[in-house]
Design a protein around this ligand. Structure first.
Ligand code: MOS
Length: 740
């Protein structure tokens, strides 16, 4: 049942990525690459001008010289941009006022006949500011932390039991502070939008995780009927949360296109990815865990403080895992924030769980060490059979098997529990582990399936493929329900004229979209059967539809499979019309009675140079309980990608803000470090593949985010095991290990 990278492709799964050939041959077009249907020669290039102060307002913008520059068509600023009648979105900078909230905020747009012309003219703008003192010292202002203005679906402060009284039973206590930095998403494809108008109708190609969301945002902000907006995005070059919502440039492209009456293209440059399109907030986490002599946790207290933008609140729920991952008599968790003159915070791969497991799972390792207990054993002693935070069962939980399997594949039994005991030449070797977890989310979705007279089929859904494999599993799922070879199914997505689907965020697309496709395909299959039954020329004439089945493009009598005919024969005889059906699916009616959550166990081996303290992650083993794996190649690949990001979280990633000017200092891939191939050793991922049919009929939970969770802490704990140095401040760079 278990699947890993070396398992053969299970029957019914596509062996290769549906969109693989289109991508490697360059046929796959990303948002910025479209040259149709608008006349390409009309395309206007926009360059976003950003503020150079962190706080205050624009006093004036002299744009005369910029407007005279070669190729310039228009310059939009808050002083000449059209005033929108809709409510001003707090999280966007769309030239509706002269306020400056952070360094790097969009404050003007230059439109020209080429990008170099636009970029050059942007340098000719003479911008005067009224500067105000900026809030840039996060660590100095922790005492000002406040609760978020709106609580969201979870309370920012939760209490269970009597913490103070339970803590008196503790014989061992860990009480430390753990810090995670600001991080920026940086998908390979930067944000990009092409907008053009056909009369009152707005069209956009947008690099997005949520075509319907962009459509709704543009409709709301520009005061357009929903049906007047069409959003397309056939391919998304990575999202990770920053493409989950429409940022300022999307609206600015649409506004500019209206003004110049031409298609307008905005592509953010790499440095513009740091600030105007969201970031993972920095978090400071005070964690106290008390346990009795047997390792049983009596109390967990987690008080998190994060930064938020002065523009609006965003809560990075880093205390989330501390609420629910382990049993404890009492629990108290809070998430508070400090206003900063920085761009908006937003969802970033496993928002809350990535940071939350990164910090909690170091604390657990510290506790295990103090108890002189194996870290896996500590987690088993405190295993939560039911969700302690909501006092309800899990739809399906097999974390115990993940620990056992991953430990076995890793060779955990060979670990020396005492740190700094294991060396190879000039390197200290260490083993560490952590628990991974991410919720299983699901939303309503709709899809359309067509059976074509040529024996092929079509499946369409207004979802997105952000590199995850959605095309692949759409084709596969329709094929399985229709009884067709999956290579005969055409899949289409990324167009808001297709049936609606949720955001490709929160790891929910598989669990939301596939059940809708399954319903649509089964409906199409039923219609096909009925056509045969009513057709006197069919060998299945007058049969009962419940007696029929389909396989390999044939419809036949289940009791006598040789009685039947091909889809093609049936359909060509009946006017060569396609059969079409729509289907929809929504979360189970009883979803509030259970917690739907994925889990995993991740183990890491590091080698740390005794002098330079450079860390090499030699091996990572992750085993996950994510329900049914829909496709080996695309699914395991996502988990592996998540682990790679976890290694980057542990060792490399950090957005550095200038303490005086508030600009990101390292706004390039040269300075903002992410892992490269040389940083990554062997990664072994496997899944239990145990269906969770209480969650959805196909038994699958999402896998886009869980891979990053736990991975950073497994590396951090391995570094401790190797060196005996405990670093509680990510990223764990050599200087920090040296000083620990
Ligand atoms: Mo994910 S951070 O919900 O795209």
């Amino acid at each position: 049942m278990m699947q890993n990278q070396t398992s053969p492709t299970p029957k019914g799964q596509l062996e290769h990525r549906y969109d693989g050939i289109a991508k490697v041959t360059g046929k796959a077009k990303y948002a910025a690459e479209f040259t149709e249907p608008f006349p390409k020669k009309d395309l206007v290039y926009a360059y976003i001008v950003q503020s150079t102060i962190p706080s205050g307002s624009l006093a004036s913008i002299d744009q005369k010289e910029a407007e005279r520059a070669f190729g310039v068509i228009a310059v939009l600023t808050p002083f000449n941009a059209p005033q929108l009648t809709s409510a001003k979105p707090h999280n966007l900078s769309i030239l509706q006022d002269a306020d400056v909230h952070y360094n790097g905020q969009p404050i003007a747009v230059v439109l020209a006949t080429s990008l170099p012309f636009a970029r050059h003219a942007a340098r000719l703008l003479k911008i005067q500011y009224n500067s105000q003192p900026a809030k840039l010292n996060f660590m100095g202002r922790l005492a000002e932390a406040r609760l978020p203005k709106q609580g969201g679906k979870e309370q920012p402060g939760t209490q269970r039991g009597d913490l103070a009284s339970s803590m008196t039973k503790a014989t061992v206590t860990v009480d430390e502070t753990y810090i995670t930095p600001i991080q920026n998403h940086n998908p390979m494809e930067p944000h990009a939008t092409i907008a053009w108008w056909e009369g009152e109708k707005l069209n956009v190609y947008d690099a997005t995780q949520y075509i319907s969301g962009v459509k709704m945002s543009l409709s709301r902000i520009l005061n357009l009927p929903l049906e007047n907006v069409r959003v397309q995005c056939p391919y998304t070059g990575g999202g990770f949360g920053c493409k989950g919502t429409a940022w300022s440039h999307v609206v600015l492209a649409a506004m500019a296109a209206k003004i110049v009456q031409k298609p307008v293209k905005i592509v953010l440059e790499r440095d513009q990815m740091f600030g105007p399109v969201g970031a993972r907030p920095t978090t400071v986490n005070k964690i106290k865990i008390g346990a009795d002599a047997g390792g049983r946790i009596v109390g967990i207290q987690h008080d998190a403080i994060m930064h938020t933008s002065v523009m609006d609140d965003f809560v990075e729920r880093s205390a989330g895992p501390s609420r629910m991952l382990y049993n404890s008599e009492a629990n108290s968790a809070t998430e508070k924030m400090v206003d900063m003159n920085l761009g908006m915070g937003t969802y970033m791969r496993a928002p809350g769980e990535a940071t939350g497991t990164a910090v909690l799972e170091i604390a657990m390792d510290e506790l295990a060490h103090k108890l002189n207990m194996d870290p896996v054993q500590l987690r088993l002693v405190n295993y939560a059979e039911t969700d302690p935070s909501r006092d309800r069962p899990f739809s399906s939980k097999h974390l115990r098997e993940c620990y056992t399997q991953a430990a076995d594949r890793f060779g955990w039994s060979k670990r020396n529990s005492q740190p700094r005991q294991n060396s190879e030449g000039h390197k200290l070797i260490g083993y560490g582990m952590a628990t991974a977890t991410y919720p299983a989310n699901r939303s309503a979705a709709t899809a359309v399936v067509r059976i074509l007279p040529n024996g092929h089929a079509f499946v369409g859904c207004g979802t997105q493929d952000i590199g995850t494999g959605m095309y692949t599993i759409m084709a596969q799922t329709a094929a399985a329900a229709l009884g067709l070879d999956p290579t005969l199914v055409e899949a289409r997505l990324g167009d808001s004229t297709l049936p609606k689907a949720p955001v490709s965020g929160g790891s929910q697309s598989t669990a939301s979209v596939l059940p809708a496709i399954d319903v649509a395909a089964k409906q199409a299959k039923l219609k096909l059967s009925q056509l045969a039954i009513q057709d006197s020329r069919s060998p299945l004439y007058n049969a009962k539809d419940t007696d029929l089945d389909t396989k390999d493009g044939r419809v036949f009598l289940r009791s006598n499979p040789s009685t039947g005919e091909s889809f093609t024969a049936l359909l060509t005889r009946n006017g060569s019309q396609s059969i079409e059906a729509e289907g929809s699916a929504q979360p189970a009616a009883d979803k509030a009675s259970m917690t739907t959550q994925s889990f995993g166990a991740v183990f890491a081996e590091v080698a740390v140079d005794k002098d330079t303290h450079m860390v090499q992650v030699r091996r990572v083993v992750g085993t996950y309980d994510i329900g049914t794996l829909m496709n080996n190649k695309t699914g395991l690949n996502q988990l592996m990608g998540g682990i790679v990001w976890g290694v980057g979280f542990a060792l490399h990633e950090e957005t550095v803000i200038d303490p005086v000017y508030g600009r990101t200092v390292n706004e390039s891939f040269a300075d903002y470090h992410v892992p490269v191939n040389a940083d990554i050793g062997d990664i072994d991922v496997s899944v239990l593949n145990i269906p969770d049919t209480k969650f959805n009929p196909l038994g699958s939970r999402g896998i886009g985010e869980i891979g990053i969770t736990g991975a950073a802490a497994a590396v951090a704990n391995a570094i401790y095991n190797a060196t005996g140095k405990r670093v509680r401040h990510y990223p764990i760079t050599p200087d920090k290990i040296m000083q620990a």
